[in-house]
Design a protein around this ligand. Structure first.
Ligand code: F6R
Length: 243
């Protein structure tokens, strides 16, 4: 695991964008794995800026989202499909038809999850997976006690994650869905390269466990220690509990 401590969250995002830019230059038809939430927004802004400068093009790329709430229609402003469009894909030249997400409205959830795994495989797998991390150490929505071998499936969100995410729902905890479809930890570990970005002291303990703790389903992100190509980019506050 390569751990980089940047001077600021903006610097961490810029370093992450460098890594993605290199991957896109090496393989224009790169398959990106996209996280939602606030952590990757700086990366997405930086990639959009580089696109308008002509430094990068995602015209041949495709993307797979990590997760989606269950029960929100895709055009709901907080559905991850809408959020990723708003924060990233509408600002770059990626073909919207090549941006995929789990179907949180499917009647047959199991089939939707199996189809999603198959779509990732058919695309040749994910080249660069962008991850944020929850305060409880979740990656995607693999909450504590998730199997480290898990695949895309339905999960119940913990109360803590719903509280953390209620800021996107005007602070209304009841409006935050209770379930989601999420790539599993086993799915994420199949990406060729993984880039985790975290900022702020609320993430410091989860980062300490991820980097220095024993591998355990208690802190799902510790599974990243098993992957050969993980880069963790932090601001000083997120890194503040590292030895
Ligand atoms: C979102 C996702 C989650 C978030 C995590 C951190 O697609 O997979 O694991 O990365 O909840 O969220 P933020 O970045 O909002 O602190």
């Amino acid at each position: 695991m390569d751990v980089g401590i940047a001077e600021s969250a903006a610097d961490a995002a810029s370093t992450a964008a460098d890594l993605i830019q290199r991957a896109v230059r090496a393989k224009p038809e790169v398959v990106l794995g996209l996280a939602t939430g606030s952590s990757p927004v700086g990366i997405y802004d930086e990639l959009a800026r580089r696109l308008s400068d002509g430094g990068i093009s995602l015209a041949a790329a495709s993307a797979f989202m990590l997760d989606e709430y269950v029960g929100l229609p895709p055009d709901h402003p907080q559905a991850y499909r809408s959020v990723i469009e708003d924060k990233f894909t509408r600002k770059v030249d990626i073909d919207p038809a090549h941006v995929h997400g789990p179907d949180g409205t499917a009647d047959d959830v199991e089939a939707a999850c199996a189809d999603y795994e198959q779509a990732i495989r058919a695309a040749g797998g994910i080249d660069v997976q962008i991850l944020g991390i929850g305060t409880d150490g979740h990656i995607a929505f693999n909450e504590p006690s998730s199997s480290l071998a898990s695949r895309t499936r339905i999960k119940t969100l913990t109360r803590q994650t719903r509280i953390d995410n209620s800021r996107f729902f005007d602070g209304d905890l009841d409006a935050v869905p209770s379930h989601c479809l999420t790539q599993g930890i086993g799915t994420i570990l199949e990406a060729r390269q993984i880039l985790l970005i975290a900022a702020g002291s609320a993430k410091a303990e989860a980062i300490r466990q991820t980097v220095e703790g024993p591998v355990s389903a208690r802190w799902p992100a510790t599974a990243l220690q098993l992957h050969p190509a993980v880069t963790v980019l932090l601001d000083p506050a997120a890194a503040s509990r590292l030895d």
